[in-house]
Ligand binder design. Sequence first.
Ligand code: ZN
Length: 401
Amino acid sequence: MTNVEILQQLAVPADTKLVLLVLDGLGGLPGEESGRTELESARTPNLDRLARQHSVGLATPLIPGVTPGSAPAHLALFGYDAFRYPIGRGVLSAVGVGLDLQPADVATRVNFATMQDGVITDRRAGRIPTEEAERLCRALSAIKIEGVDITVKAEMQHRAVIVWRGEGLSAAVSDTDPQKTGAAPLPARALEPGAQRMADIVNRFVAEANRLLAGEPRANTILLRGFGRLPDIPKITDLYRLRAAVIAAYPMYRGLAKLVGMEELPAGETFKDQLESLKRAWHDYDYFFLHVKGTDAAGEDGDFARKAAVIEEVDGLLPELLALSPDVLVITGDHSTPSRLKAHSWHPVPVLLASRWARPNPWIEGFGESDAVRGSLGPIRSQDLMGLMLAHGLRLQKFGA
Ligand code: ZN
């Protein structure tokens, strides 16, 4: 039996509230002068008090040494073996923008890009505004290919998604994105014998798109990647008998959460808005997933101070969340994004588990990477947090007699 199957057998409904607050890319590395990470440098009296009174530890997102993308890292936080459920970018985007994906549909991520003399000069078309992408998507929606129903929808900035619906389609098609500038876009190729028709459809679509976009100053071509279908993933609502909701501003995270059975609640623009949404829905669900993107975005920009500032903003509003008295509150990241690396990394992530049943670790100073090593939660895998949340919410029966 897998861990998920064991938890599924033991899970019982209860009148407890569980909250998972993810600060994307929370983990960091010490700044060169201060010797403290972004989280340790941030002034966070609320997190520090919570950390001392409850449990902290370090969570390994997938397996030691592996740097995860945000999607598998979140699947782990929701309790899944992320390696078992690979999810393509196209599927994530489609679900994220609210497209109703059917099991036979194929979804593809689209980047608007700039091409000059047959080579890509900007893979993101100068990050055109979302409204511009929306206009271009409407234009591309006019492309008709026999036997396929094609939906094109803008996501954010230069990103969009295509859903292909029809008989005999395939997701076994290679990307057209060369992944670098100075190179020509690649033709879509069939990756297995039955996929040639799909590759032909994709190449025809791209040719038509190039014709329609030819007069555009920036977004004069499209790059396609991540052809995929909906994975057959069991929902946490069924597995653990929870009513679950997501409050996330970014489409990808909403999409991922909806894939595993969470209902979407309004997220607004700020963390304050997310908390208002949480308060309004507090009595309607048992499990809430809140997602904060600013920490990861600042880390990827190499902006140590901004990452710390995002953490401070969350800390400042934490009393509003605590006023709801969640039975279990987990605060962690999906992975580390150290500002010094300007990228996701493999480093384990500090995790804080607050519950009246948590074993306190009063000997630590606060919530940070160094203290997390000495925390009462110890080193864990992110995937194990779901079981710990259910347990602290008194939602798991005893195993065996
Ligand atoms: Zn992430």
